[in-house]
Design a protein around this ligand. Structure first.
Ligand code: ASP
Ligand code: MG
Length: 461
């Protein structure tokens, strides 16, 4: 058994769905449990419909409902021609869209919390895409059984905190999915959607389908999980800067986490944690080039390659603030207050560096920051440097090369690229530093060339 997850762009239209069906067919002997997202853009449209409902905008609601129905019907027309599959599916879509209409009008007739409405409405995207895929597989002669993920993915919903209940998910998956694996070739279910143990719809957060796939894989003890996207895997650098960036064959969970935090866009590693905790390998694969090998993510390092650096990532629009306050000498409350305010402003803090009376923080953006700082009583002064970038050099094997950080600094110095702040974590799987935004290209080219392309072991750098 394996879990195959397809994101919204992989099933964005009839052609893409045909392609995905072909991929599923080539894996059919493995009895896949297929997890799908909503068709690309659909969740956004549904989110707009919730806003329209909250604002009682009847004409906007009406046009969104029509748009949703149209978007899906166009696809099934192309996939199923005028067969009985088409007629049945057309009807099923219409029924689902009617439910959507009822939900969206509920704010007028009953008092419903917008959050509850939102979960129920957003679920419809995945319900529609999955029923289309499973019907299409049946039409192609495969025995694929559609399963409603809300019967399996149990979550809490206390104070708007949606947390999966692993034990219940495991029990429900054993009841609902494992018996089907005996008689069906594949099971088709939805990512992102879930429900409380009382059956009230919840959702796992935007882009939550990877998380669903990972939870489900862990629950059924899958032999592997495949995350099908529209890129070849995880790369050594941003291909818009380094067109020759190559796909990493393997990487560890910690490396993937570093990459995602500092700008890698392919995968949110927290989403695959449930699978990796169970030791289930996770593949990132490209549905538009199914023959490519993709990247394998494991919880331990297996790479025979001795290069210490796997990938170089960056984040733009970084602001560096240096706060000077004599209070910092003694008063730890001040740090607490400062971080609380940053968290209230939803500002993510990256590197931090502190001396006796100075504290430097790196944050993304800057909106509202200066006025917040001016309001804090204990600060003597602060300096703001904008348009900075964080560069992070990532690799599990960097641990074995403590001199690497120094070599990187030297490389930049030789090229006259100033560094504003340096941070190396105790775990030593990444080394990061702050530079001017307009030095990103040159820096990444330099480091990629010396540390990755050249394939030199580090002592030769
Ligand atoms: N359809 C949901 C979203 O767009 C979940 C997902 O795509 O993973 O956020
Ligand atoms: Mg999506």
């Amino acid at each position: 058994m394996r879990v195959m997850k397809f994101g919204g762009t992989s099933i964005k239209d009839a052609r893409a769905i045909r392609n995905v069906a072909g991929i599923i067919e080539t894996h059919i002997h493995t009895k896949p449990v297929v997890v799908v997202s909503a068709m690309a853009g659909v969740t956004d449209i549904l989110q707009d419909s919730v806003k329209a409902a909250a604002g009682q905008d009847a004409s906007a609601i009406q046009s969104i409902i029509e748009e949703i129905e149209h978007k899906h019907v166009v696809v099934i027309k192309e996939l199923l021609d005028n067969t009985s599959y088409f007629t049945k599916l057309r009807h099923a879509i219409h029924t689902e869209v009617e439910k959507l209409a009822v939900l969206l009008s509920a704010t007028r007739t009953i008092r419903i919390q917008i959050d509850d409405l939102s979960h129920a409405v957003l679920s419809i995207g995945e319900l529609l895409s999955s029923v289309i895929l499973s019907t299409y597989l049946n039409y192609k002669g495969l025995s694929a059984q559609w399963v409603d993920a809300r019967e399996i993915m149990v979550t809490t919903n206390h104070n708007k905190q949606i947390v999966p209940v692993l034990r219940s998910i495991k029990e429900k998956a054993a009841e609902r999915i494992l018996p089907l694996m005996q008689k069906e070739q594949a099971v088709i279910t939805q990512g992102f959607i879930s429900a409380t143990s009382e059956g009230v719809p919840t959702t796992l957060g935007r882009n939550g389908s990877d998380f669903s796939a990972s939870l489900l894989g862990a629950a059924i003890g899958a032999e592997q999980i495949q995350i099908w996207t529209d890129v070849d895997g995880i790369l050594t650098a941003d291909p818009t800067i380094i067109p020759t960036a190559r796909v990493l064959e393997t990487m560890t969970f910690d490396e993937a986490s570093e990459l995602a935090y500092f700008g890698g866009r392919v995968l949110y590693p927290a989403a695959i944690q449930p699978a990796l905790e169970k030791g289930i390998p996770v593949y990132v694969l490209n549905s538009t080039r199914p023959q490519s090998r993709g990247t394998l993510i494991l919880n331990h390092n297996v790479e025979a390659d001795e290069r210490p650096v796997k990938s170089i990532v960056y984040k733009e629009n970084i602001t560096l603030i240096t706060i000077q306050a004599s209070q910092l000498l003694l008063n730890t409350d001040m740090m607490g207050r400062l971080f609380q305010r940053l968290s209230d402003l939803r500002m993510r803090v990256y590197a931090v560096s502190k001396s006796a009376t100075k504290l430097t923080l790196t944050v993304e953006g800057n909106a509202a920051l200066q006025s917040m700082l001016s309001e804090l009583p204990d600060i003597d002064r602060f300096d703001v440097m904008e348009q900075k970038a964080i560069i992070s050099v990532v690799g599990e094997r960097m641990k074995e090369h403590p001199q690497l950080a120094w070599k990187i600094i030297k490389m930049l110095q030789d090229k006259g690229i100033p560094i504003d702040l340096i941070s190396q974590f105790a775990t030593q799987i990444s080394f990061m530093f702050i530079i001017d935004e307009n030095n990103i290209n040159q820096t990444i080219h330099l480091l990629h060339h010396k540390l990755i392309e050249n394939n030199t072991r580090i002592h030769q750098v």
